[in-house]
Design a binder for this molecule. Structure first.
Ligand SMILES: CC[C@H](C(=O)O)C(=O)SCCNC(=O)CCNC(=O)[C@H](O)C(C)(C)COP(=O)(O)OP(=O)(O)OC[C@H]1O[C@@H](n2cnc3c(N)ncnc32)[C@H](O)[C@@H]1OP(=O)(O)O
Ligand SMILES: [Co+2]
Length: 134
């Protein structure tokens, strides 16, 4: 079912400061910050030869990452995203096996313009798991 690792996401309190760490200290290629109001975050992507790092900053009042940052004030690894060929088929298979899909269970368009879903961390080794159709 899962294929390529699409990205590893890091939640941060200050996305400009985090972007400067990756650009200046780690010498990485970074994108502009993009507000994603449907998801309650601002994102920056760090492009790597074999995958991407997604930097996330809370956007708006009820950002889904606000609690995480309250518990991890300097930031931390927030989720991991795998690619799947058919996100609804993957969802239906996982739900049939007892997995919990977050939100209303319907894929939303993610940062790459592709459908994404999130699976509850408690069902996947304590790791918030995102699927992206690719
Ligand atoms: C622009 C889209 C972009 C893309 O790639 O395309 C994105 O990635 S958007 C990313 C932001 N959106 C989301 O993260 C949506 C899915 N996340 C959620 O719905 C929430 O974050 C949720 C439900 C996973 C957690 O919400 P919250 O922290 O408010 O709930 P709790 O504090 O009650 O946590 C419940 C339970 O889960 C543990 N937890 C929370 N977050 C994580 C995490 N990132 N990794 C692992 N575990 C996590 C938390 O510690 C609680 O456990 P407990 O043992 O009960 O304390
Ligand atoms: Co993501």
């Amino acid at each position: 079912m899962i294929g390529r690792l699409n990205h590893v996401a890091i939640a941060v309190p200050d996305i400009q400061a985090a972007t400067a760490v990756y650009r200046e200290q780690l010498g990485a290629a970074v994108s502009e910050a993009v507000e994603q109001p449907d998801h309650g975050v601002t994102t920056v992507f760090v492009e790597l030869p074999n995958t991407k790092i997604e930097l996330l900053e809370p956007l708006g009042e009820d950002s889904p990452i606000a609690n995480y940052l309250a518990k991890n004030p300097v930031g931390g690894i927030h989720h991991i995203c795998y690619e799947v060929p058919d996100i609804r088929a993957a969802r239906d298979t996982l739900v049939a096996a007892g997995a919990r899909v977050l939100g209303d269970g319907e894929p939303k368009i993610g940062a790459h313009g592709k459908p994404v879903l999130f699976l509850h961390p408690k069902d996947f080794c304590g790791t918030l798991t995102e699927l992206e159709e690719a």
